[in-house]
Design a protein around this ligand. Sequence first.
Ligand code: AMP
Length: 181
Amino acid sequence: MDQTLRETLESAIRTISDYPRPGIQFRDITTLLGDPRAFRRAVDELVHPYSGSGIRKIAGIEARGFILGGAMAHQLSCGFVPIRKKGKLPYETVSIAYSLEYGVDEMEMHRDAVSVGEKVILVDDLIATGGTAEGAVKLLQQLGADVVATCFVIDLPDLGGRKKIEQLNVPVRTLIAYEGD
Ligand code: AMP
């Protein structure tokens, strides 16, 4: 029998309790990436609404956003832009501080990675509080990019990330939600 999207993703995502800190239910997508059918399905679903809509770049958040974003960029025949942790990019960068579900950090991108008006989609594996994605959207917008959408495999709706991004007038697309985290 054909599995629904939710069944396919749910059975491929591994949950690890109390990682990296007590009380966190870590949603591990390495098992999804290692499952040929689930990986393809997730990427197909993420790009589906955007084929033929003139997307020029996928921006991926380090590190799991790189894997999903590379596959999405290939599928949409567009470029890929890495958004990295501070100090990793070799050329001139723009940077922004952001808060995580479990900590604070700084992210950077190359200042010439996107052009003014270019249509960009931001991707990461999961949205929790939305702090990471909010920082990334602001960086892209600061460089003049037209952030058409943000997309994530997993939503933790109780942490409010979706609202934070929608307040920036950027749509949020997610494939599966885990309530109560
Ligand atoms: P946030 O900024 O709170 O939306 O957190 C999103 C970022 O932290 C993403 O890059 C996720 O990979 C990671 N993350 C946060 N919470 C979890 C979780 N419960 N399981 C797996 N990854 C998480």
